[in-house]
Design a protein around this ligand. Structure first.
Ligand SMILES: Cc1ncc(COP(=O)(O)O)c(C=O)c1O
Length: 382
């Protein structure tokens, strides 16, 4: 089987991730931060270690500003619903996932003004377009670091500089890039970063969250949920302390243990090496697919401007048929359709049919890509 759906979730997970999860359940099964016994303390230590490793990975000093949540979507909802009030203006890009667009459209019903900056046909975003959009002022700019449809990487540091000059916060959706591209929140001037654990970070589903920059004033961000935190239990109001203000209810300790092991696996291999591998595969895939008559490739031509997420269509063939045949005839698993990002497909011209999306990962090999190219050639010819 050739698994080319890493943009949806990475698979297989490193064996270290499975071992860490089993270890958590067997040896550290207590409720972290609640009870004082050794199983609870051990669970708390594992959760803290992962928090600390993520803080370092994303370039912040205070691990308590890494807020665990269900996934990137949950992290984005904490940020968007917390920061935006009726009358506020938010500027976003034309390549957003519904994890951003749906909360924004909901907030729009309550008087938030949403401005979408058009993307280029290859899915890239031009900082100049943000300059224009920000002339009207804004409370928040939110963009993804890389598109899950076209792979296009956004110029985050440049957009963040423009956002700050206009007095807006910068929120980045790093669902596609955490564990794939270097992210230093300080150097890139990111105020809030939503990440997911189950893609590039190689962790299990049910992990992810929101990271607050050291300079971000958490008083500006009311929590989405209230409830038990294991701390300040004498009060019936939500504690102010980080991360408890936002981490309500029992955390996904077993998932966080797996995420810690996934992150350690990524750091051991090194982002540079992982990126070089993906760039090689993406270049091979692009060059092989572009030789197929009629095939339309989306995304930036220059692989350096893109993650290894490659979308294509074949005129005269439904994307669902191509996905089905890749699976049935060649044992190749990919994703077809709109990938939860209709706005992105409108921007690149593939709405409403969507695209076939091929997303290799760290264990994908050159022969896997060659087989994929041959399989697409056969499907195109018959
Ligand atoms: C760009 C982008 N944003 C957000 C998400 C949502 O991630 P999750 O489902 O882990 O919340 C995804 C997942 O596909 C994504 O690709």
């Amino acid at each position: 089987m050739i698994y080319l759906d890493h943009a949806a979730t990475s698979w297989p997970k490193p064996p270290e991730v499975l071992a860490a999860m089993q270890n958590f359940l067997e040896r550290a099964g207590g409720n972290p931060g609640r009870s004082g016994h050794r199983l609870s303390i051990e669970a708390g230590r594992i959760v803290y270690d992962t928090r600390e490793a993520l803080a370092e990975f994303f370039g912040i000093n205070d691990p308590m500003r890494v807020l665990f949540a269900l996934n990137a979507t949950h992290g984005l909802n904490i940020a968007l619903h917390g920061l935006l009030r009726p009358g506020d203006r938010v500027v976003t890009g034309g390549m957003e996932h519904n994890a951003v667009m749906r909360p924004l459209r909901e907030l729009e019903k309550h008087g938030v003004q949403v401005e979408v900056v058009a993307a280029q046909p290859d899915g890239t975003l031009s900082p100049d377009a943000f300059t224009t959009a920000l002339q009207g002022g804004a409370h928040l700019v939110v963009v993804n670091h890389a598109s899950n449809v076209a792979g296009a990487i956004a110029p985050i540091a440049e957009i963040a500089a423009l956002a700050h000059a206009a007095g807006a916060w910068m929120l980045v959706d790093a669902a596609q890039t955490a564990g794939v591209l270097p992210i230093n929140m300080g150097a890139m001037s990111i105020d809030l970063l939503a990440f997911t654990g189950h893609k590039g970070l190689q962790g299990p589903p049910g992990t992810g969250g929101l990271v607050l920059a050291d300079s971000f004033d958490a008083a500006q961000l009311p929590p989405l949920l209230q409830g038990g935190t294991g701390s300040r239990s004498e009060f019936e109001i939500q504690p102010e302390d980080l991360p408890d203000r936002y981490e309500t209810g029992t955390p996904n300790g077993v998932g966080i243990a797996g995420l810690g092991a996934g992150l350690a696996w990524v750091c051991e291999r090194g982002l540079d090496e992982l990126r070089a591998h993906e760039l090689d595969l993406a270049a091979q895939l692009r060059s092989g697919l572009s030789g197929i008559p009629g095939l339309h490739l989306y995304g930036p031509q220059d692989p350096k401007r893109s993650t290894a997420v490659i979308s294509f269509t074949l005129p005269g063939k439904r994307v669902s048929e191509i996905g089905y045949r890749l699976d049935e005839e060649a044992d190749i698993l990919c994703r077809v359709g709109l990938h939860c990002a209709p706005a992105a497909h409108r921007s690149i011209g593939s709405f409403p049919e969507g695209t076939v999306r091929l997303a290799p990962g760290p264990l994908t090999t050159t022969p896997d890509i060659e087989k994929t190219i041959q399989a697409v050639k056969r499907i195109a010819a018959t």
